[in-house]
Design a protein around this ligand. Sequence first.
Ligand code: HEM
Length: 252
Amino acid sequence: MDDSLSRPPTPAGLSCYLAISQLLGLTVVAMTGAWMGQYRGGIAWENLLQFNVHPLCMVIGMVFLQGDALLVYRVFRNESKRSAKILHGLLHAFALVIALVGVIAVFDYHRKQGFADMYSLHSWCGITAFSLYFLQWLLGFSFFLFPGASFSLRSKYKAQHVFFGAFLLVLSIAACLLGILELLLFSIRTTYSSFVPEGILANVLGLLLVAFGLVIGYILTREEWKRPPAAEELALSMDFKTLTNGESPSSS
Ligand code: HEM
């Protein structure tokens, strides 16, 4: 039998918003690369250029990949829940590794230059976002991918996981905005107010980061775009309710 006949198609509106999100995501990554390449001398793991690894890795990891990982359950609507979970976890892991390279780059750069560490609002928001993101990944892995966690424990933790998942994307984008402003003030303080191209590029980058977050938030909060539960998931949750509420399977 043709399996695709029994699967509900992806809503047209969802596909359109997903395409916009990917366009915005790729644009912010490309713009960060262009900013570092065109105006900040390029990217390398030595001398002053080592700093430039930081913004690029943070935008790729903490914004683009983190945002895409949140969309997995909306994109892969008809695949098994387990495959979607694994992909969701892998994308977050990939995002974390790239972000870790970005964090190491900036600390190493500060150490080599003899600069102070962790004095700015940007660095406080940034390290909070990164640390909580790592914690969220560890908890998500233990509760949802590790076979030991019970169904009841998973359903209790799920609401927190979803809330903090969205919050961490917002905090990461806020940290990026503060970082953009700080870098502009360090590098073009005297010419920023004359609308120089570098300032405009970085300001537009900030606006597009906000737009990316908004589109992801919109997709995630549209109730009718949520992933429809597969028949076996429904049956499992019914069995669980029956067990925990003491209802007999025949009661309504
Ligand atoms: C969520 C993403 C980001 C996180 C988690 C983050 C994290 C951090 C941390 C922890 C530091 C402190 C390093 C130290 O004290 O040695 C730092 C420094 C810095 N970051 Fe970011 N960053 C992010 C994105 C960005 C972006 C997008 C930019 C610029 C386009 C940027 C620009 C800077 C600058 C200029 C510094 C040096 C000044 C300072 O310590 O505040 N960051 N970042």
